[in-house]
Design a protein around this ligand. Sequence first.
Ligand SMILES: CC[C@H](C(=O)O)C(=O)SCCNC(=O)CCNC(=O)[C@H](O)C(C)(C)COP(=O)(O)OP(=O)(O)OC[C@H]1O[C@@H](n2cnc3c(N)ncnc32)[C@H](O)[C@@H]1OP(=O)(O)O
Ligand SMILES: [Co+2]
Length: 146
Amino acid sequence: MKLGRLNHIGVATRSIADSVAYYRETMGAEQVTQPFDLPAQGVKVCFVDTPDAVGEVGKGTQIELIEPLGEDSPIRGFLAKNPAGGQHHVCYEVTDIAEARAWFEGLGKRILGPTRVGAHGTPIFFLHPKDMMGQLTEIMETPREH
Ligand SMILES: CC[C@H](C(=O)O)C(=O)SCCNC(=O)CCNC(=O)[C@H](O)C(C)(C)COP(=O)(O)OP(=O)(O)OC[C@H]1O[C@@H](n2cnc3c(N)ncnc32)[C@H](O)[C@@H]1OP(=O)(O)O
Ligand SMILES: [Co+2]
């Protein structure tokens, strides 16, 4: 398997509204999605677009703001330990999610739960941070161009 594109950096926050104000006012973000709920994943999500290598917004790596949704949200523990929120995970793209899953299983990496549909509408899975040099790692199948 080859290292794929860094699709997004997941940033946990207690308040997406506060985080959006920060990215707009402090960081000068120009393109921010409307927040949306992913009840099955236990999070409210909002994407902040960053410019790509030539400065075009909309094709670069995104900041994925995630706020707990529901009592069982998987990020409640993280926010209890990190009340100010912060960098939570990184997400790399792959061309074939099943092949990637087999690759990491073959390396003995713990995969957290089933492959499921993520915030971009494509299959994703997570790898345990303790097996990934301390970094919670999400693997996502590259969206197919429409
Ligand atoms: C899918 C929608 C969207 C998308 O992009 O499409 C998302 O990305 S949603 C993102 C939120 N969902 C997830 O994170 C699902 C996967 N996460 C999990 O299953 C849990 O969060 C888990 C298992 C990573 C951590 O569970 P918990 O918070 O209960 O903590 P533990 O005590 O079990 O943690 C064990 C150990 O790992 C350390 N830890 C926890 N979270 C992280 C992290 N984000 N980065 C690095 N390390 C982390 C924790 O401190 C513990 O370490 P220890 O030394 O034992 O204290
Ligand atoms: Co993510």
